[in-house]
Design a protein around this ligand. Sequence first.
Ligand code: ATP
Ligand code: MG
Length: 337
Amino acid sequence: MSNPNHNTLLSVRDLRVRFRQEDGGRFEALKGVSFDIPAHRTVALVGESGSGKSVTSMAIMQLLPPQSSEIDPASELRFDGRDLLKLSPAELRRLRGKDIAMIFQEPMSSLNPVFSVGEQIVETLTLHAGLSRSAAWKRAVELLREVGLPEPEKRIKAYPHELSGGQQQRVMIAIAIACEPKLLIADEPTTALDVTIQKQILQLIADLQKKHGMSVLFITHDLGVVGEFADEVIVMRHGVIREQGTVKQIFEDPQDAYTKALLSCRPHLDRRPARLAVIDDFLKPEPYVEPPHRERGYAADDEIVLDVQGLCKSFDIREGLFGKRQFHAVKDVSFKL
Ligand SMILES: Nc1ncnc2c1ncn2[C@@H]1O[C@H](COP(=O)(O)OP(=O)(O)OP(=O)(O)O)[C@@H](O)[C@H]1O
Ligand SMILES: [Mg+2]
């Protein structure tokens, strides 16, 4: 799929991963996966839950549990001229901190709750970029500013639980880009966030990708964001790549039945069928017939199960030692269900 004009940063060939199960059986999670990530490009890996997206990223990072998993020795993972499957544990640690960085769905599971966010960025910078502590603190403030955390000089002393989910994800991104990685792997980085924050974080990753010239492997089940932010798309199901190509190829001229089904079952904004389509509707031999549509708005005899009028919610935010400020999270919201 790669454009010959682009250098390949990561090349994955015939990647096979097996898990040993408790009953002694084996489960083949990746059944021979091959793809390239070109330098300075964003590749989206899409597919339904359990298709093997995270296992792919964990295999690249070599973070699969050694006691229960096995990467087939014939698999190949070449990154920037190096064979990842042949690196020593020390080389792998250096690679993970510096050359390949990863952000996950749940920032709280990666941030350490007992250290301030500043300490956590500083640790990365002193360990992997060799900065002195004072230089690292200065750089940490710059990084927090770069990822759009408001008042970085103040917030650098905050503990993770004092930040919102979106702000925590910004801190994770700051840690990830601290050492200017060549490849950023983002595994569903916005699924835990609300829609408006999702959009901001996606835009941030896209801006940083351009500015730093990184490659990004973007894992998502949301086809909507793929078209907007990726250059190339890999569609995966049951541990197999079903189709890969440029965003244009995949969205305008999909070849594989599963890709077509995935694209077809996106909800439409202009009509509301009585039941939303699912992938299997499009994989049956007979053509899919959309059920009748429902009208928008309420009919007079609709039962109202929830009636919200003028809902407000605010939080007290501590400022300094004795100061207090109110943050209005919800202002005068009314709706019926
Ligand atoms: N540590 C493990 N031990 C055993 N099986 C595993 C392990 N990790 C993943 N699997 C299995 O491998 C398959 C692929 O899982 P993976 O986490 O890659 O899915 P995914 O595509 O990332 O899904 P999601 O969108 O839900 O995150 C699943 O069937 C899963 O149960
Ligand atoms: Mg996953």
